[in-house]
Design a protein around this ligand. Structure first.
Ligand code: GLC
Length: 634
């Protein structure tokens, strides 16, 4: 890491008075970063953090361990291993969980829509700013609602003897909370994130860092448990990091790029903490994390939804942070598609796996971040207009060209090629011979999914879990498509869930494909790691997607499979093999997002109203543009 990247971000904490009010009143926050020595004028952030003494809270977050304090990030070539609405999300009667049992029924998380949840078609006409509260009256209503929900006692943590739904907490829940708390990283006495893995048995590589994407399930677990402070600190800290100057060799990266990860370095002599961050300049392949900025916006919205307080998101610095992220993606160029063009390895799959071009994971996160930004951004009509236009184009493109079901497969199979003009059916000139054999076996009669990638003459037919689940959560998928994705998961249970949820991608690249596409990557051998490996962290996304599409029983089955092994196996990062029977070849143990992912899945299943912080309702004004096919109708 160049010296220029070493910065010192300071949190001056002034403890505001904190009554026992619940939820904790958001204190005014003024972030400021001191950058040394590279950033021109050091500017300081003063953060007024409030500390609440809520009765229902879990025991306080423990001090973190800054392991290897002396380790310099330059010493190693670190790899990327390798609205609250006026009617709230809490309106669901969570004592009536049985209604989710067998029959597919979509969950209406936000039954009455407030104006911050207007359809983006409506917004394109009105262009009004949309704060989270219309007025103070609404905001106090939210607090009351939150209060009454939480006052009934603790929830899914280890102090909870029995949940409100009559669910007995699984014995491993308590262990999971303890392990999650052990992973908390402090910066100058304040919790700012969770370390990627607490496995001291192997080489740390960069698993001793706080990854933005990895922190999302941890953050959701804390939010669901009423612990907001760590999430707020994380959001502010990463916002500071965004303002650094980022360079790979002589090339400067866009201002809005968010780090893939950061690390707290503790100097025991000076008794001081310093932050170092990686924006891709030390990662394998030197690829910037395109997903980090999107996750940051999504988490900011989750925080705002969960706390019912928009003051963090309303801060000028946060507003600017959102705009900087989005301006990286919304600027006009040579693109002929609304999708985002990316390098291989720029997301959860952060090594070469043929996910370059227009990968589903990034497109779904992009769509979700745009929808969240539309709720969070204030008074920026020009920007809002751009977002709305892009959302329209993106949903059309994705729903039309990425969607695959039996009917669509059959039509690709019969495609004519070399078609010119506007009347072309095979617009991207995909050769039917490029259809892999496995896809004909994989495609169930009822069911479908968004394929991995679409670009000229190339369709990547692989299944990618994260992109499909996020597409459901942000309503990029129509309700019919969401149902079809669930049908597919049920029909292909052995392949996608097997003995450990959940396959990150399917199927694995083997032989020649593996050699060419991964470049002989020994970590991504067939049915291992990103190449067909099974990742417990994906459980939270599956659970959220299942609840959103009214199929929680699918999630429950998957959670049971995971529960039978996760603790016993010490929370591995991933599993290998066609069925996910084996603990991954190079998998870390005590991988934090495996732990947090499980907890979030459990808490959502117990109390589906949690879904509101991570899900966005369908925009009814957006006409489904996809042709219906047989699999959607029954
Ligand atoms: C691996 C994963 C990446 C994750 C990181 C830290 O590199 O591929 O998605 O963020 O480990 O857990």
């Amino acid at each position: 890491m160049p010296a220029a990247m070493a910065i010192d971000v300071q949190l001056s904490i002034s403890l505001s008075s904190l009554a026992a009010a619940r939820p904790p009143p958001l204190a005014s926050v003024q972030p400021s970063c001191t950058t040394k020595p590279a950033l021109p004028p050091p500017y300081t952030f003063f953060v007024l953090l409030s500390i609440s003494k809520s009765l229902w809270r879990r025991p306080p977050i423990r001090a973190s361990i800054n392991r290897n304090p002396s380790m310099s990030p330059t010493a190693k070539d670190v790899s990327q291993n390798g609205s609250v609405t006026t009617s709230t999300i809490f309106e669901i009667d969570d004592s009536d969980f049985s209604r989710f049992s067998e029959r597919p029924r979509p969950v209406n998380i936000e039954r009455k829509r407030s104006f911050d949840e207007k359809s983006f078609s409506e917004l394109s006409i009105t262009m009004s700013p949309r704060p989270f509260y219309k007025n103070a009256e609404n905001s106090s209503r939210i607090f009351q609602t939150v209060d009454s929900i939480y006052s009934s006692g603790g929830r899914s943590g280890f102090n909870t003897p029995r949940s409100e739904n009559g669910f007995e907490p699984h014995p491993i829940v308590a262990e999971a909370w303890e392990a999650l708390r052990r992973s908390v990283v402090n910066f100058r006495g304040q919790p700012v994130g969770t370390i990627a893995a607490m496995d001291q048995s192997g080489e740390e590589l960069n698993y001793d860092q706080v990854f933005v994407r990895d922190f999302v399930p941890s953050a959701l677990a804390f939010l669901m448990n009423g612990e907001h402070e760590i999430v707020k600190n994380f959001l502010l800290k990463t916002l500071c990091l965004q303002s650094w100057e980022k360079k790979v060799d002589l090339f400067k990266l866009g201002e809005g790029v968010m780090p893939a990860s950061f690390k707290v370095l503790h100097n025991p002599v000076r008794n001081s903490d310093t932050l170092v961050a990686d924006f891709g300049e030390t990662a394998i392949g030197r690829v910037a994390p395109v997903d980090s900025g999107f996750w940051w916006i999504i988490l900011l919205r989750a925080y705002t939804k969960s706390t019912g307080d928009s003051s963090l998101a309303d801060m000028p610095d946060c507003q600017r942070g959102i705009r900087l992220i989005l301006s990286l993606c919304l600027s006009k160029g040579f693109d002929t598609f609304p999708t985002l063009l990316c390098a291989d390895g720029c997301c959860m799959i952060d090594r070469q796996m043929g996910v370059y071009g227009y990968p589903i994971e990034i497109q779904a996160l992009f769509f979700m971040a745009l929808r969240c930004a539309l709720q969070l951004l204030k008074q920026d009509c020009e920007f809002v207009e751009k977002i709305i236009e892009r959302l329209h184009a993106l949903s059309y493109h994705m729903r039309s060209y990425y969607w695959l079901d039996m009917k669509q497969l059959n039509s690709i199979y019969r495609y004519k090629t070399e078609e010119y003009s506007h009347t072309a059916v095979n617009k991207f000139n995909v050769m039917p011979d490029s259809l892999p054999d496995w896809v004909f076996d994989f495609m169930p009669k009822h069911g479908g999914y968004f394929i991995g990638n679409v670009s000229p003459a190339r369709m990547d037919f692989r299944w990618f879990c994260l992109g499909n689940c996020v597409a459901i959560l942000c309503s990029l998928a129509t309700p019919e498509q969401s149902s079809a994705i669930m049908d597919l998961i049920e029909s292909r249970w052995g392949e996608l869930v097997g003995d450990m949820p959940l396959k990150i991608s399917y199927p694995a690249l083997e032989g020649h494909d593996w050699r060419i596409i991964t470049g002989y990557d020994p970590k991504n051998t067939r049915w291992s790691y990103h190449n067909g490996g099974s990742w417990p962290v994906l459980l939270w996304l599956l659970t959220a997607a299942c609840i959103k599409s009214g199929r929680p029983q699918i999630a429950r089955r998957a959670i049971e499979v995971a529960e039978s092994r996760l603790l016993k196996d010490s929370w591995p990062e991933y599993y290998d093999g066609k069925l996910g029977l084996y603990i991954g070849k190079q998998a870390r143990k005590f991988q934090t997002w495996s732990i947090a992912g499980y907890l979030v899945a459990r808490m959502m299943l117990e109390d589906p109203s949690h879904l509101g912080m991570i899900s966005i309702e369908e925009d009814k004004k957006m006409a489904p543009l996809c042709r219906r096919s047989a699999s959607w109708t029954s």
